[in-house]
Design a protein around this ligand. Structure first.
Ligand SMILES: [Zn+2]
Length: 154
């Protein structure tokens, strides 16, 4: 399958910051969604540990053990509206996320926490939140295994 939507320069750069297998999987997921008429915005991918700590402090993330740091997590938002210019960052277009989550699950992506329930309510420092746009490419590895694998090539 091919990506048929146009990706912006910054989106290409974000994809390039993923590890090779996660990057290939992300491109395939975008292509699968494109084949179903859904276009996506590529959000955050790699996140350094200092930024992760700041996000936990702000209640935007639940853990310091982030797969973003391992270059194996990314955010994808369904696009809608005229010219597909609006990115649904809040999760109101459940119909579009249903397509995205279905394809992600079929491919082997995980939601935050390693489940396949993207609408699960997570505990943040300042209250509950959902992370419906977060996708992890774990390839069956634990966090420790993925971290060791990353350090082995770095
Ligand atoms: Zn995330």
């Amino acid at each position: 399958m091919k990506v048929t939507q146009t990706l912006r320069k910054e989106e290409m750069q974000r994809l390039a910051a993923l590890c090779p297998s996660a990057r290939a999987a992300a491109v395939e997921l975008i292509a699968r969604c494109n084949a179903r008429g859904l276009h996506l915005r590529v959000g955050e991918t790699y996140r350094p540990q200092e930024e992760q700590a700041a996000r936990v402090a702000k209640g935007q993330s639940a853990t310091l053990r982030s797969w973003h740091f391992l270059r194996r997590a990314l955010h994808l938002y369904p696009l809608y509206g005229e010219g597909n210019r609006i990115a649904d960052v809040t999760g109101k277009r459940k119909d579009l996320y249903a397509i995205l989550h279905e394809e992600a699950k079929a491919q082997g992506f995980k939601a935050a926490g390693g489940t396949t329930d993207w609408w699960r309510v997570l505990k943040g420092k300042h209250g509950p939140f959902v992370d419906q746009a977060h996708f992890e490419w774990r390839e069956g590895m634990t966090y420790a295994q993925a971290r060791a694998a990353m350090q082995a090539v770095a």
